[in-house]
Design a protein around this ligand. Sequence first.
Ligand code: THU
Length: 146
Amino acid sequence: MGDDDLLAAARAAAADAYAPYSGFAVGAAVRTRSGRIHPGANMENASYGLSLCAEAAALARAVAENDFQVVEIAVVGGKRGEGGTLVPGDPVTPCGRCRQLLKEAADVAGADIRVISANADLSKVLETTVSELLPHAFGPDHLTDG
Ligand code: THU
């Protein structure tokens, strides 16, 4: 099975994205240590800067399920074309803010998180990790004494 189920969950979530402004639909799915998968999609807003990314939605869902030991995340997306089909472009990598959210999740889990990025039809896949995406990250350790 490998990453197929996680990628499929992220791809399915992208179909539900609320992205009327950018037309760019993203789905994410986190797999936790329990083996459960939590999907999420981007949710935009007329006040553009308030838009929420798919990764944030998926992470929040895991928290809401009290299942926040994240092992890996898949991110899939693309521009909506004619008929709503997503145009296969490049793999969708997490934005800077989401990298920071994933860094916190990695610290909570006590291990690095695999990040599997794909384009809309899964024809291009890029595998990386949070520590590769956000080196020298600021995190909870900085807030402790000493
Ligand atoms: N977006 C995500 O949801 N995740 C990413 O990794 C990249 C960008 C969303 C935010 C916005 O709704 C749209 O994609 C265009 O930036």
